[in-house]
Design a protein around this ligand. Structure first.
Ligand code: ATP
Ligand code: MG
Length: 455
């Protein structure tokens, strides 16, 4: 390999999975080079558990396939063969050079190379462009170790060129900075700002994946950087409106966007909760009115926000289960109810049990991200609601049709014909039981059926 002399070998040991080591050995015994590469090297050096172990090799795909019993073609045109080892799958990719890019995302063609350096050069960031071989050690040709030490995200080569080739890298830079708590190096940052508009060429699925990784990271407030660099204006313009909406109201200390960032940070690193936090006040800008005293109000923002959340989640091609939960949480986040057990039962029935205890967590973070005005009162009320909710669960109170002591069959046995009337009656009975759980008694409910029918 002609670039050998430029490689920097550093005496750093990484423990790699037995099967990855086996694959490397088989490739080497057949006269090829092979390394683990990219994210797994970065994560190992950081003491993090890698998501997956990718292998890069000088062997061409057909040669890789010939050397292993169980393989399948993952992206053979791009040089990737998956090798099955027991229950594990490893992606083995031939050293490659990406040809010219089109549409800010896809190389027109790739060509294979015998040079590891060339393969590392096509990778996005210095910290992702290191390779490791158990015998030869670490290969770090672009200052990846320095950037890990200095906590910096920096493109390999010219940042403008790298983002022009593939705009997805813009989002990857932001999400790695959020996951690792790294700063984005100056030139890389400037190139992001210049090329943010090209994100319009990136598919909704890829945007969703990166945005979600950023949101569920330790530093979701890096969404602020995405705003400042002009990235959210392309992928999430709704958030820009929030960043630009002041809240002149005694309950608040921040703009809608700054408040939102604090709520996101205040809830657990869970997809549904972080998305609900992102969207909970998303329609405050759209519902804002200012009274004669100059105080801002946001009537109806939760309901309208739920619609906007649904639209954005669909635009990002989120699955319906996630959509349903997030939309419910947004719609109901601003509910003001008393901590009476009957109000709680109706509330849980209306919102759906699956939204709890996320609802309490969202409300708690929401309060903590507001001004200190009446904060203790707000938190005490929330604690009362939560206690009443837990008591309701412990008592086994009926809050849904499936817990009701009579069923549709009972109604039909009592002579009510199948049809919508059955549902109406059951819901009527449930409404009574929500008022008073003692009424969830079969005899009582059956007697009510007869009365209902006479009415
Ligand atoms: P994760 O922890 O999310 O898996 P990763 O760095 O491993 O992070 P992958 O998407 O699994 O990311 O990609 C593996 C490696 O492939 C990266 O480390 C990087 O070297 C390279 N890579 C991935 N996507 C790109 C891209 N869009 N442009 C250039 N190189 C990329
Ligand atoms: Mg990976």
């Amino acid at each position: 390999m002609n670039s050998l002399c430029t490689l920097i070998f550093i005496d750093m040991k990484i423990t790699i999975p037995e099967n990855a080591a086996k694959i490397i050995k088989v490739l080497e015994d057949a006269g090829h080079e092979a390394y683990v590469v990219g994210g797994c090297v970065r994560d190992s050096l950081l003491g993090r558990v890698p998501n997956d172990w990718d292998i890069t090799t000088s062997a061409e795909p057909m040669k890789v396939k010939a050397l292993f019993k169980r393989t399948f073609d993952t992206g053979i045109a791009h040089g990737t063969v998956s090798v099955l080892m027991g229950k594990e799958i490893y992606e083995v990719t031939t050293y490659r050079i990406d040809g010219e890019y089109e549409d800010s995302r896809h190389p027109k063609e790739v060509s294979f190379t015998g040079s590891l350096t060339e393969d590392l050069k096509r990778r996005d960031f210095t910290i992702n462009a290191m390779a490791y071989n158990p015998e030869k050690g670490l290969v770090d040709e672009f200052g990846g170790i320095d950037d890990l030490e200095n906590k910096v995200i920096r493109c390999v080569g010219n940042a403008t060129e790298r983002f022009s080739e593939d705009a997805l890298r813009i989002l990857r830079a932001l999400r790695f900075s959020a996951q690792l708590d790294y700063t984005i190096e100056k030139e890389t940052k400037e190139a992001i700002k210049d090329l943010a508009p090209t994100l319009k060429n990136i598919s909704a699925e890829r945007i969703r994946e990166e945005l979600e990784k950023l949101l569920i990271s330790n530093n979701p407030d890096r969404l602020r950087d995405a705003y400042e660099l002009g990235v959210t204006s392309v992928i999430l313009p709704e958030f820009d409106r929030a960043m630009e909406a002041a809240q002149n109201n005694i309950n608040h200390a921040y703009s809608v966007g700054e408040h939102t960032l604090r709520v996101i940070d205040g809830v657990s690193k869970n997809k549904v909760l972080r998305l609900a936090a992102l969207f909970h006040d998303i329609e405050k800008p759209g519902t804002k009115t200012t009274d004669e005293e100059g105080v801002d109000h946001f009537k109806g923002h939760a309901l309208l926000g739920a619609q906007t959340a649904r639209n954005v989640l669909r635009r990002l091609k989120y699955d319906r289960d996630t959509e349903k939960l997030v939309v419910k949480l947004v719609e109901h986040h601003d509910w003001e109810i008393k901590a009476h057990s009957k109000d709680i039962r109706k509330w849980v029935h209306d919102i759906g049990e699956e939204c709890f205890p996320a609802m309490f967590e969202l409300n708690n973070a929401d309060i903590l991200a507001q001004s200190e005005y009446r904060r203790n009162e707000k938190l005490a009320h929330l604690a009362r609601l939560e206690a009443a909710y837990h008591k309701m669960i412990e008592d086994g109170d009926c809050i849904s049709l499936k817990q009701l002591k009579v069923t549709g069959n009972d109604l039909m046995n009592a002579g009510i014909p199948a049809g919508p009337r059955i549902g109406e009656i059951l819901n009527g009975l449930l409404a009574e039981v929500l008022e008073d759980p003692a009424k969830n008694d079969r005899d009582y409910l059956l007697s009510r059926i007869n009365i209902e029918e006479k009415e």
